[in-house]
Ligand binder design. Structure first.
Ligand code: GLP
Length: 265
């Protein structure tokens, strides 16, 4: 794992965007992005918008696959991830909506919808760059603790702590759906590169478990230890539970030239 510790939330976004842009340039305009919802990647998307506007990144033929969707919201609900992805990713980055995919949490047959989503990712050639956040309980996507480490897109029941964390997006905690469709941990592991962003003290325990804990379904993000190209970009507060903090900082400040991003932290 590559662990990059930044002094501020803004720098986390700049570094994550610079890393993604470097990878995307190497792949070309048909890059396939994996996009997460939640607060963590929002500033990174805004940085990508700046790079596109400056002509430093071409996403004109890019596709995108979202990680997850609630089950039980009416279609068009502003907090459905179809709408959130449209608002925060598709429109600002100027992506073609026909090439932006979100799991169909509105389907009558959810297990068929899960299989169709897996097939669509495969047909697009797989995800090149997967953006991720992490839940305070360690979930990635909506793969709650005890999710199978080789799971694929399917329906899950949200943990009570996740529903409480996400209550801020709804009028009341009771309005947060109980179910979701999410790419599985196996699906996420298939992405060629993973960039996970986390900020704030509330993520410190999950970040420590993800990077330095044992690989365990109790902390689903820890499955990223099995990924060959995972970059974790975090601020000091989110890094506060890590034992090897100084090592990660030393590593980043002594990267060989060819690996160095234009941004120092
Ligand atoms: C959400 C999403 C995840 C996200 C996580 C953390 O509910 N399903 O994809 O990474 O929980 O959210 P946030 O970034 O808002 O803390």
């Amino acid at each position: 794992m590559e662990v990059i510790i930044c002094p501020t939330e803004e720098r986390v976004a700049e570094v994550a965007a610079a890393k993604a842009a470097r990878l995307a340039r190497g792949i070309g305009p048909t890059v396939v992005l994996g996009v997460a919802t939640g607060s963590s990647p929002v500033k990174t998307y805004q940085e990508l918008v700046k790079l596109v506007a400056a002509g430093e990144l071409d996403l004109s033929e890019a596709s995108a696959f979202a990680l997850d969707e609630y089950v039980g919201l009416p279609q068009g609900h502003p907090e459905s991830y179809h709408e959130v992805i449209h608002r925060t990713v598709t429109v600002p980055l100027g992506l073609d909506p026909a090439r932006v995919h979100v799991p169909n949490g509105f389907a009558e047959d959810l297990s068929a919808a899960g299989e169709e989503y897996e097939a669509a990712i495969k047909a697009a050639g797989g995800v090149d760059i997967q953006f991720l956040g992490v839940g305070s309980n360690g979930h990635i996507g909506f793969n709650e603790p005890t999710s199978s480490l080789s799971s694929r897109t399917r329906i899950k029941t949200l943990a009570a702590s996740t529903r409480a964390d996400n209550a801020r997006f709804f009028d009341s905690a009771d309005d947060v759906p109980r179910h979701c469709m999410t790419q599985g941990l196996g699906t996420i592991l298939d992405a060629r590169h993973v960039i996970l962003m986390a900020t704030g003290q509330a993520k410190a325990e999950a970040v420590a478990a993800l990077i330095e804990g044992p690989v365990t379904a109790m902390w689903p993000g820890s499955v990223l230890q099995l990924h060959r190209h995972a970059t974790i970009v975090i601020d000091e507060a989110a890094a506060s539970g890590l034992r090897l903090r100084e090592y990660y900082k030393e590593t980043y400040s002594h990267l060989p030239d060819w690996q160095r991003l234009e941004i120092q932290v």
